[in-house]
Design a protein around this ligand. Structure first.
Ligand code: MG
Ligand code: FE
Length: 169
């Protein structure tokens, strides 16, 4: 058996690895976008927000007498690098990247909803407070991406149909 605190710590480590993955994915994707300035700016802003989220989760882990797992973080960063690099091999990179970002935000939303319930069960009010603060940031980003996905898709299609216009990223 595993006690509530131990599960909470483990899931906070997962959340930290997830945010490290997000930082890598957001920064590498933003760096590659040349023709979609609005999307690029938003990804950069959310990347800054994500750095703060990772810092807050580290704070929760430290209070529980734990460090984020360096192994999970390294794996997450590696996966994010591969994900961002896969954009180099597709012609519709910006569309795939926006879809991936949209999917990722929903994974974050699911994680924080679950973490809030776990923190409640563990009686860890500070972790609950932190996760309740992060959740609406992820929801806001998910909503923004939901609105942007059709816009980005149509921008891509228009650029791709035009002569001598780079559409990919
Ligand atoms: Mg996040
Ligand atoms: Fe996020």
């Amino acid at each position: 058996m595993t006690d509530v605190q131990e599960n909470l710590r483990d899931w906070l480590r997962d959340a930290h690895a997830m945010e490290e993955q997000a930082i890598t994915m957001l920064s590498k994707t933003a760096d590659r976008l040349e023709n979609y300035p609005e999307l690029r700016t938003k990804l950069e802003l959310h990347c800054e927000q994500t750095r703060e989220q990772a810092r807050l989760i580290r704070g929760c882990l430290e209070r529980l007498g734990d460090d984020p797992s360096s192994l999970k973080d390294a794996t997450a960063k590696f996966m994010a690098t591969m994900q961002a690099m896969s954009g180099m091999f597709v012609t519709d990179e910006v569309v795939k990247a926006t879809m991936a970002a949209y999917t990722f935000e929903h994974m974050e939303i699911a994680s924080y909803r679950s973490l809030i319930a776990a923190a409640q069960a563990a009686g860890d009010m500070e972790t609950q407070r932190v996760c309740e603060m992060i959740l609406p940031q992820e929801e806001a980003m998910a909503n923004w991406l939901a609105e942007q996905l059709p816009i980005v898709t149509q921008q891509f299609l228009a650029r791709d149909a035009a002569p001598n216009t780079e559409a990919k990223h």
